[in-house]
Design a binder for this molecule. Structure first.
Ligand code: DGL
Length: 265
């Protein structure tokens, strides 16, 4: 047993979708969440910059004496996870392996569409991880950079967002995908609209829930789970504070966030 906090970081507040999944599965865990809101988005930055920012995020969390770290950001996982795992002793879990497992959980998955930020798509991290396990799988990648700003604007069920989604999804639907991987922290908020647009012909997968399961396995194997009778505490640290981020945090977390503090990295 280990009651030290878990560290979870993201480029901004989108990673709170992962926090929500972790809290549901592991309610006894304390969580220190770091959102690098001063430098968001990571999705359009170069791999070198994403690695540098991610390294600083991890260093901050290690100063908080966390027992393990979750890289909730897909872009950071795609470009920085191997480097971070090599560099630091604490267990560090990303979201891509979890997403890949969620796709493979249905053996009927044959034609998989992946939507993500430009950075995640450019890394081909999902495609490589899927092809390694299932070389026969047809994988179609599509960068969808307009979605994060639309979601942050709360234009979820909005004609402009539907039109953008239609344009992005058409090439994938033309390729008759049977699975759509939502490879970005923000996209779970689009699930109801997506479901309505593509119907139940296409299975929609996101990595937040599977990531929480992964983390649970990892902590259990190392005998690092918190005592289950505890009530875990969440603290949120952001590198830039604004009313907009607080409102966004509420939408991603599905409840009022606890006190948010501003930190320097
Ligand atoms: N958190 C990022 C991701 O999951 C999306 C936002 C950004 O571009 O920083 O890829």
């Amino acid at each position: 047993m280990n009651n030290s906090a878990l560290g979870i970081f993201d480029s901004g507040v989108g990673g709170l979708t992962v926090v929500r999944a972790v809290q549901e599965l592991l309610p006894g865990e304390d969580i220190v969440y770091l959102g690098d809101t001063a430098r968001v988005p990571y999705g359009s930055k170069s791999p070198e910059t994403i690695r540098r920012f991610s390294d600083e995020d991890v260093r901050y969390l290690l100063q908080q004496e966390v027992k393990a770290i979750v890289v909730a950001c897909n872009t950071a996982t795609a470009h920085a996870l191997p480097m971070l795992q090599e560099r630091y002793q604490v267990p560090i879990v990303g979201v891509i392996e979890a997403g890949v497992e969620a796709v493979l959980a249905d053996p009927r998955a044959q034609r998989v569409g992946i939507i993500a930020t430009r950075g995640t798509i450019a890394s081909h991290a999902y495609q490589q991880a899927l092809s390694l396990r299932r070389p026969d799988m047809v994988i179609i990648e599509q960068a969808t950079p307009l979605l994060v700003p639309l979601i942050e604007e709360n234009w979820i069920d909005h004609p402009a967002t539907r039109q953008v989604l239609e344009t992005y999804l058409q090439p994938l639907l033309d390729q008759r995908i049977d699975t759509l991987m939502l490879a970005c922290t923000h996209y779970p908020l689009l699930v109801p609209v997506l479901q309505e647009m593509i119907g139940d012909r296409v299975r929609i997968v996101d990595s937040a829930t599977t990531c929480a399961l992964h983390l649970q396995q990892e902590l259990r194997q190392r005998d690092m789970l918190a005592e289950p009778t505890r009530q875990g505490n969440l603290s949120i640290a952001l590198t830039d504070l604004s009313e907009q981020f607080e409102n966004l945090a509420k939408r991603f977390l599905h409840k009022c966030p606890p006190n948010i503090s501003r930190v320097e990295l």
